[in-house]
Ligand binder design. Structure first.
Ligand code: SF4
Length: 135
């Protein structure tokens, strides 16, 4: 039996509570609150307590899907990134940077949200950035 404790950040909302995942033989079996996190100080909400359940849910998408001819096919991460980058470049070059908008998620970390707005502004050249937590 191999038991690990992994300190991480809850992905469910922008509060960013610290948590510890208990991992046995490569499978997450329990979520515990981090007592040292200044955000939550040993507490979690009900979503945080159960965060390990969706990670291993059988319906979770674990591979990229590319839509072709009205249906999805599994793709490698390289193919998916190349497709997304190529289409973003094509749309920006054809219609201009403000023809593209980015909508981020409260389920991303602050660092991921920062990177998305940086990508929108510095790479694509648009300020069209919004976030579902504002709704
Ligand atoms: S434990 Fe609850 S409040 Fe904390 S980040 Fe997760 S969802 Fe948000």
């Amino acid at each position: 039996m191999d038991l690990d404790m992994v300190l991480t950040t809850c992905p469910y909302c922008a509060c960013g509570c610290g948590m510890v995942l208990e991992v046995m033989d490569g499978k997450i079996i329990r979520t515990l609150p981090s007592k040292t996190s200044p955000t939550n100080r040993g507490k979690l909400c009900i979503k945080g307590w159960n965060v390990h359940e969706f990670i291993q849910h059988r319906d979770r998408l674990t591979k990229p899907l590319i839509r072709e001819n009205g249906s999805f096919r599994e793709a490698s991460w390289g193919d998916a990134f190349n497709r997304a980058a190529g289409e973003l470049r094509r749309i920006r070059d054809t219609y201009g940077p403000d023809s593209i908008a980015f909508l981020s998620s409260a389920r991303c970390t602050n660092e991921e949200n920062y990177l998305l707005q940086k990508f929108a502004r510095a790479v694509i050249g648009t300020n069209n950035v919004d976030h579902c937590a504002r709704l």
